[in-house]
Ligand binder design. Structure first.
Ligand SMILES: [Zn+2]
Length: 505
């Protein structure tokens, strides 16, 4: 009995030493992050003064310039704006308004979709329902739409439930499920293709041919909310000037304004609107860029620990949650580490990605260029592949970290369990085996590099990609905690004797 106890005790001791917690450093990080936090100021400046940052827009260039200055102020080195791919021509919306004039005057809320052209001056036009689903519908509308604005989708049924702001925090029971038996991600089954069905791209081409002036649509089901701003069928290689100019302007409006026009038209009463759309389309193709900064390492300075978030957003709001909150957390984590004067063994590198919203382009291209891709013989492995330890990301809203997702890498469970302990009092308690997708850590994970997205409460913000994503929706205390936790995870990863283990080790 006694012998077993000793063996157990020794194993525990050894296990603890492999991934120790530097309690003195954790105390310093907490003090800096809670007593002298700058995250509120950073988030406010980025959302209030800089605003939206569509990849390859003028807004984005201005914000990237600002953030390099901010990195300098924090004390980072090797600050670089690094081009990663040809992203076509720039696109900025400079002015927009839409009003219903008849049968009643009303200011309407809407936004032009990205990479669509503007119109000359303020134009008055009639609105028509042109809800096209099948090829036979095309015939029905031929010759009837010239010069009109068309309602291009059916009326949505408005969802009167709470918006994301009101989502409760994870309960202990829900966290236990995520730790022990997380639900498997289900692949949605696609219905078999219907040859009669007209795609959105085909439908829009028909409108163009018929001389439609503006395509009106709505993408959401929530009152006052306009989500989603990607042009249907758009690919970055088609974002040439002529392609954008050849397209029709697409305006997405709130569901309740859209439905009001629709119901009036169903009574056979004409709807007349005034629209003004001014967009600036660049003349030359440009490369999109990521912003990088570092705290240099010491004895293992050639090795790297990374942290990051996507800096780009859609254009209809400052996108406080998606992903200005993530950017603010990562910048604040770097500021904390610099302010307390860490001397990390490995180099700590922050990356603020671009092109995430159009398909995780910035992080993927960065990973391939610097670390390689074992799955693609043309890219192969770069020497830095072996010098990479781990990447930490935030992009699941502004809610506080409640745990860490292992991303299917059981080899890091022990490290993360140990490093989570000093933050149990902040509500960061669990380790979940689950893998998350849809954001920049995936770019690393896909090539076999350890990369993680924290498990976050789903509170704050409006769910991303909306017109309602402002500073006021962000729980500041939550992101303060996140910055402290990231700083500690990054620090502990940088101080290990070995790199963080990979899935296959
Ligand atoms: Zn995002």
């Amino acid at each position: 009995m006694k012998k077993i106890f000793i063996i157990l005790f020794t194993t525990l001791l050894v296990a603890q030493e492999k991934y120790p917690v530097d309690h003195e450093m954790v105390a310093k990080i907490r003090e800096e992050g809670f007593e002298r936090s700058e995250i509120e100021n950073t988030l406010s400046y980025m959302t209030d003064v800089l605003g939206a940052r569509l990849t390859n827009s003028k807004d984005m260039r201005r914000a990237q310039k600002w953030v390099t200055g901010e990195m300098k102020r924090i004390g980072l080195t090797h600050i670089e704006i690094e081009p990663f791919m040809d992203y076509g021509v720039s696109w900025d919306n400079e002015f927009f308004s839409i009003h219903m004039l008849e049968p009643d005057y009303q200011v309407m809320v809407g936004y032009p979709i990205s990479h669509t052209p503007g119109i000359r001056g303020r134009k008055k036009m009639n609105v028509a329902i042109a809800d096209i689903k099948t090829k036979s519908d095309l015939e029905k509308y031929k010759g009837k739409l010239r010069g009109k604005a068309v309602l291009s989708v059916p009326m949505p049924v408005i969802d009167l439930d709470r918006i994301r702001n009101g989502t409760p925090r994870f309960t202990d029971e829900e966290l236990a499920v995520l730790a022990n038996d997380p639900p498997q991600r289900k692949r949605r089954k696609r219905p078999p293709p219907n040859p009669e069905r007209v795609t959105t791209v085909e439908r829009n081409a028909f409108y163009k041919k018929e001389g439609v002036s503006v395509i009106l649509e709505t993408r959401g089901k929530r009152v006052a909310m306009v989500p989603g701003f990607a042009r249907p069928g758009a690919k970055k290689d088609k974002w040439d000037r002529q392609g954008t100019l050849n397209h029709l302007p697409i305006v997405t409006v709130t569901p309740e304004h859209y439905n009001r026009m629709y119901r009036i038209l169903e009574r056979n009463i004409p709807v007349r609107i005034a629209v003004e759309i001014k967009t600036k389309i660049g003349r030359e193709r440009q490369w999109a860029r990521n912003v990088i900064g570092e705290i240099p390492g010491t004895d293992l300075k050639d090795e790297v620990v990374m942290l990051g978030a996507h800096f780009d957003t859609w254009h209809a709001s400052p996108n406080a949650s998606d992903n200005t909150s993530g950017v603010a957390v990562m910048l604040e984590a770097m500021r904390i580490l610099k302010a307390i004067g860490v001397q990390p063994r490995r180099t700590i590198r922050i990356a603020l990605w671009s092109g995430e919203e159009q398909g995780i382009h910035g992080s993927r291209e960065y990973v391939h260029k610097h670390f390689g891709n074992p799955n693609d013989p043309e890219i192969g492995l770069k020497p830095d592949y072996e010098k990479f330890s781990a990447y930490y990301n935030q992009d699941y809203g502004p809610g506080q970290f409640r745990g860490m997702n292992l991303q299917g890498n059981e080899n890091v469970r022990e490290a993360f369990t140990s490093w989570t302990k000093p933050f149990h009092d902040l509500g960061m308690t669990i380790i979940s085996p689950q893998s998350l997708g849809s954001t920049d850590h995936v770019a690393f994970d896909r090539v076999g590099l350890p990369a993680f997205q924290f498990l976050q409460d789903k509170i704050g913000g409006t769910g991303g990609h909306t017109n309602l994503d402002y500073y006021d929706t962000i729980p500041i205390e939550d992101i303060q905690k996140n910055a402290v936790i990231v700083a500690s995870f990054v620090y502990h990863t940088a101080m290990l004797d070995e790199r963080l283990p990979r899935k296959e080790e």
